[in-house]
Design a protein around this ligand. Structure first.
Ligand SMILES: NC(=O)c1ccc[n+]([C@@H]2O[C@H](COP(=O)([O-])OP(=O)(O)OC[C@H]3O[C@@H](n4cnc5c(N)ncnc54)[C@H](O)[C@@H]3O)[C@@H](O)[C@H]2O)c1
Length: 361
């Protein structure tokens, strides 16, 4: 595989020690660098197809497993055969698992790396925008169980992360929007100035690679501040679920027809709408962000989303307590993103129904 010059890097401090994110805006990964110890690889089927010649050696290796990136395949039920293959291939505690793909391959690999043999090292080559700009740092794995999204999980940071912008050239448009959804979320959390700057540059994200790469880096820099303070998501990191309770519910209610980051864009719009309706923020904040969020989910706005299905998925969301919904909403004059406990009464249900209807206008 052709080697390339790594242009810059970001170091993330974790409870298990620091790990490095390497950025390369031009070349493809040099997997020969992973020969320092025996490796097993889980690679996304589309990446294997698009980059067959670049990954020729890796794909020919008997320790490489090609996986289709579907929500079904990141269910605990469908992970058992992957565990079995790795065990049959003789995986040991001093081996490394190399993950090549987007958020789904990451979730599968991180979960396996944190549980198999009570933990092995893993490395990550993220190939989607969402994984490059957001999920590749933060240590989380999230696995589905019997249709409940991301209900199982672990924390285990990768040993290192290799971001190659060239992978983004083959992404489908919906997967670019999905990644942009998470970039919007991270900048919204950083505050009004960061979000508005990104909103101004929004059209350039698809036309100017340098602008996109600037926002990939700034998203990771913003996220790093929070995960270094709260790696295990017990406090301040919680606000990274902004847009997610509603977003996950939309994903579940549409059988994952709406891609994750696009559902999160809808989720943020709904969160802002409900916050305005409950007078937690001036409605002006909803309007300020709405046009950008809408542009990012517009191609899915007419997707059929059954209110009952989305409401029942929302009630099952894992951040709830027994009696209340734990929602991440904007609060106050400066719309700071916070966790708010809300009783899911009739008032809330009608506010939610109205917000969902506005998303679908
Ligand atoms: N663990 C975390 O911290 C975390 C954070 C956010 C999201 N997630 C999870 O990540 C998942 C979404 O991840 P995603 O958006 O990266 O999508 P994905 O992994 O589902 O990939 C999306 C599509 O892009 C294809 N693909 C991947 N790389 C490609 C490339 N370079 N060229 C062409 N096609 C390519 C895949 O085969 C798939 O069809 C969700 O399950 C979500 O819950 C996890």
């Amino acid at each position: 595989m052709a080697g390339s010059v790594v242009s810059d890097q970001l170091v993330v401090q974790s409870q298990s020690g620091p790990y490095t994110v390497y950025f390369d805006d031009h070349g493809m990964p040099d997997v020969a660098r992973f020969d320092d110890r025996p490796s097993h690889c889980l690679i996304d089927a589309n990446v294997a197809k698009f980059y067959r010649s670049e990954f020729r050696g890796l794909l020919a290796h008997r320790n490489t497993v090609v996986i289709e990136a579907t929500e079904d395949n990141k269910s605990i039920e469908n992970l058992i055969p992957v565990f079995q293959l790795l065990v049959a291939d003789g995986i040991r505690r001093d081996h490394t698992l190399v993950a090549v793909g987007g958020g789904i391959i990451q979730d599968i690999s991180c979960f396996i790396a944190s549980t198999l043999l009570r933990g092995i090292q893993w490395r990550f080559i993220p190939t989607t925008l969402l994984a490059q700009a957001d999920s590749c740092i933060g240590s989380k794995s999230s696995i589905n169980l019997a249709g409940a999204k991301n209900i199982l999980g672990t924390f285990k940071p990768p040993q290192d992360v290799y971001i190659h912008a060239a992978f983004l050239n083959t992404l489908e448009s919906k997967d670019v929007s999905s990644g942009i959804g998470e970039i919007l979320k991270v900048h919204a959390i950083d505050g009004e100035v960061a979000f508005d700057r990104l909103a101004t540059d929004f059209p350039l994200l698809r036309t100017d690679k340098r602008v996109l790469q600037k926002y990939v880096r700034s998203a990771l820099c913003i996220k790093r501040r929070y995960i270094e303070e709260d790696e295990f998501d017990r406090g301040v990191r919680n606000i990274f679920n902004y847009g997610h309770s509603f977003g996950h519910a939309i994903e579940s209610a549409t059988a994952f027809e709406v891609p994750h980051g696009i559902a999160v864009s809808m989720g943020m719009d709904i969160a802002n709408d409900i916050a305005a309706e409950r007078a937690l923020i001036p409605r002006e904040h909803y309007r300020r962000m709405h046009s950008t969020l809408r542009k990012n989910y517009a191609e899915y706005s007419l997707t059929s989303i059954a209110l009952d299905a989305v409401l029942s998925a929302l009630m099952r969301y894992k951040k709830n307590t027994t009696a209340e919904l734990g929602l991440i909403l904007p609060v106050g004059e400066n719309a700071s993103i916070q966790r708010v406990m809300i009783v899911p009464d009739d008032v809330f249900r009608s506010q939610f129904a109205a917000a969902l209807a506005r998303v679908r206008e």
